[in-house]
Design a protein around this ligand. Sequence first.
Ligand SMILES: Nc1ncnc2c1ncn2[C@@H]1O[C@H](COP(=O)(O)OP(=O)(O)O)[C@@H](O)[C@H]1O
Ligand SMILES: O=P(O)(O)OC[C@H](O)CO
Length: 499
Amino acid sequence: MKNYILAFDQGTTSSRAIVFDKDGMIVGTSQKEFTQIYPKAGWVEHDAMEIWGTQSGVAREVLEKTGVRPEEVAAIGITNQRETTVVWDKNTGKPIYNAIVWQCRRTAAICDELKAKGLEASIKEKTGLVVDAYFSGTKVKWILDNVEGAREKAENAELLFGNIDTWLIWNLTRGKVHVTDYSNASRTLLYNIKDLKWDDEILSELGIPKSMLPEVKPSSCVYGHTDPQTFGGAEIPIAGDAGDQQAALFGQACFEPGMAKNTYGTGCFMLMNTGEKPIESKNGLLTTIAWGIGDKVEYALEGSIFIAGASIQWLRDELKLVYDSAQSEYYANLVEDTNGVYVVPAFTGLGAPYWDMYARGAILGLTRGSKREHLVRATLESIAYQTKDVLEAMQEDSGITLKDLKVDGGAAANNFLMKFQADILCVPVKRPKVLETTALGAAYLAGLAVGFWNDQNEIKAKWAVDEEFTNCMPEALRTKKYNGWKKAVKRAMDWETEE
Ligand SMILES: Nc1ncnc2c1ncn2[C@@H]1O[C@H](COP(=O)(O)OP(=O)(O)O)[C@@H](O)[C@H]1O
Ligand SMILES: O=P(O)(O)OC[C@H](O)CO
């Protein structure tokens, strides 16, 4: 019997594989961190071979650990860190350069050129995105411009581009299938999200040959089957593919317009379902494709925050103020407030709603009495303030006042953060029982494609709350604290200059 779905959750800092059963419950998880490469200040790379190695490794490991045989897996669903760009040689299957990670700022100057040419408005109109180094398009251009012989090979149709989903599917099928889904395509800066086509004008502006690009398909369909060598002879259908934030929106069953979730991982991403209508943001949010199922494409508004949980890793790894991420909760609770300290974790610039590629991190309001507890608390609070920034923009853009905010991701386990989040938003924060909603969303998309689950109503009925945070800070105090945050952000902006 095919009683399980296997989800691949290829994140920024780790590769994870999770086996789900028919109830949408976790049967087992395997996870492996991989190397973060920082060749220069503001640059971030991954080794795409290491990504494939860790991801296929954890997939095999979780099957072994749970005793689930590959023949019992009904389908594989893939979800991935988005925008991260891999370019590889079609003939050898080897990447020609490290994967350039979504956080990498190296293409800021290319973006400035696009802006100077006055292309920002038309790019936004077509792709739903702002011109920023975050997205894949300028990263592909950088590789073609900077890797010896790359442009010539690309023009001879010898190179392929893909985000991590595409790279994994290509490897799982041993080079047979070169595809992506609507949600991932909508993060490249190369895809027209209304016409549902790669955009010839943007491609020509960036000098990217169309032959490099994957075919774009719905998020729930059979893309191909695993090569028999990968899972001991089994040919498992690969049937779900979505960017991790869109997958989380699906996993949280935010199926109706106006429903929103916020995922607290390396970064923090709030997405609101806007149905079959793309809403253009006037407040610094992105318009993006949520998913495509059958012949229907649905859209979302997104507030992308680049650094959230990563700031807690920074407290742990660089400042050595906490022993592990969970300990941040303990220190934050030892003090009543931050004693006026604000941390702005703009380590890789600022995303929504500020979009400042040149912002850098800042600690403000230090006094002789500032101590570890204040700094730790201020770092956690910065995640909540950034979330408030994007929630306000979202309510304004959509004209919808949120009834509640569903949360997930690693840092959503932090009760201090969730309480402070509810306090500062005055919107109920709902944490589900299954926090791995990203992988769950990919599993649902795959399961729907192969008839493992019947429809979205069946999925919706599975959502269950773990805890709801309904506290709300008195308005005067809330406004005072938030004004302090806004002032701190201003100081961190426009800091770095290109030499
Ligand atoms: N209890 C916690 N408190 C605060 N942050 C946490 C906690 N647990 C995990 N994190 C943070 O969450 C992030 C990991 O979450 P995860 O959803 O796995 O992220 P990703 O998918 O981006 O790799 C890390 O940045 C980590 O610092
Ligand atoms: O790896 P995560 O979970 O931080 O997600 C990264 C995002 O997809 C970047 O857009």
